[in-house]
Design a protein around this ligand. Structure first.
Ligand SMILES: C[S@@+](CC[C@H](N)C(=O)[O-])C[C@H]1O[C@@H](n2cnc3c(N)ncnc32)[C@H](O)[C@@H]1O
Length: 255
């Protein structure tokens, strides 16, 4: 396994290989379809938040890893919204990684570098990335394997690098309702920001903060401003824990 010949790796098929070709970000759920008509509308809430938090993404030059990238939606939407970073995606499902290449529009330029994982481990050197994102992945990782994921994310980040963990918020009743009725989530074990923060702090001395996202249906653009006012309220459908790795130049991004 290496990061230059990624999608040809043939290990055990991953659970998510079965969903890859038809993957639509859980939009097979009718309740979720009431909130937005395309998976990208949900991803764009996270992408816009990230572009506000990391304005340097638009300038180019940052190395960004999307861990558990699935079909590459977050990277694709970020690039569509103006991000100019050097993107790499990894996933335990080679079926998902193949979809990244298939679904990447030529108009967005070169596809991200892609690499398969074996368990938590990625084929990247220590301290390689300025930013790592992990979006809607941890709830699929068995609880006893989560510490290895936190450790791996910390390992590949540069000193001063930023880790963004986006997750479904179990405190939001609608989220719990939808997850319980979505086939791809049949093995999901949701986790709250406290679990994420404790898991991260067991791995490294991060500086942490949490924002809540997606209070309003992502499909209704005029309500976006409301979401931006409520990031402190622990009831959004999503949350994001930001973890800044110690070290690196002072004043580096992430706030
Ligand atoms: C719900 S999808 C989310 C995909 C993408 N991050 C997004 O936001 O659209 C979950 C992804 O996590 C991947 N995954 C599950 N367990 C994983 C693990 N232990 N390490 C890395 N990826 C994992 C799956 O293969 C799948 O692609």
């Amino acid at each position: 396994m290496n990061a230059t010949d990624p999608v040809s790796w043939s290990g055990e098929p991953a659970e998510f290989d079965d969903y890859a070709a038809e993957y639509r970000g859980g939009l097979d759920n009718p309740i979720k379809r009431l909130m937005g008509s395309s998976p990208d509308q949900f991803i764009a809430v996270k992408a816009r938040w990230l572009l506000r938090r990391e304005p340097e993404l638009a300038a180019g030059g940052l190395a960004v890893l999307d861990y558990g990238c699935g079909v590459g939606s977050l990277m694709r939407v970020l690039v569509g919204l103006g991000a100019r970073a050097d993107f790499t995606g990894c996933d335990i499902s080679t079926g998902m990684l193949r979809q990244v290449e298939k679904r990447w529009p030529a108009a967005l330029g070169k596809t991200p570098r892609l690499a398969p994982q074996q368990g938590a481990r990625t084929p990247f050197a220590d301290g390689q990335f300025d930013i790592a994102t992990i979006s809607a992945v941890l709830h699929h990782v068995p609880v006893d394997e989560r510490p290895a994921v936190y450790a791996e994310l910390g390992r590949v980040l540069k000193p001063g690098g930023r880790l963004y963990i986006f997750e479904h918020n179990p405190r939001n009743p609608l989220v719990r309702y939808v997850i319980a009725r979505t086939p791809i989530d049949r093995n999901a074990i949701l986790l709250d920001p406290t679990e994420v923060r404790h898991g991260l702090l067991d791995a490294a001395r991060y500086d942490l903060d949490t924002d809540y996202l997606m209070f309003m249906p992502p499909g209704i653009a005029v309500l976006r401003g409301v979401d931006r006012l409520l990031t402190w309220l622990p009831l959004g459908a999503q949350y994001v824990v930001t973890a800044r790795k110690p070290g690196g130049p002072a004043g580096q991004g992430g706030r």
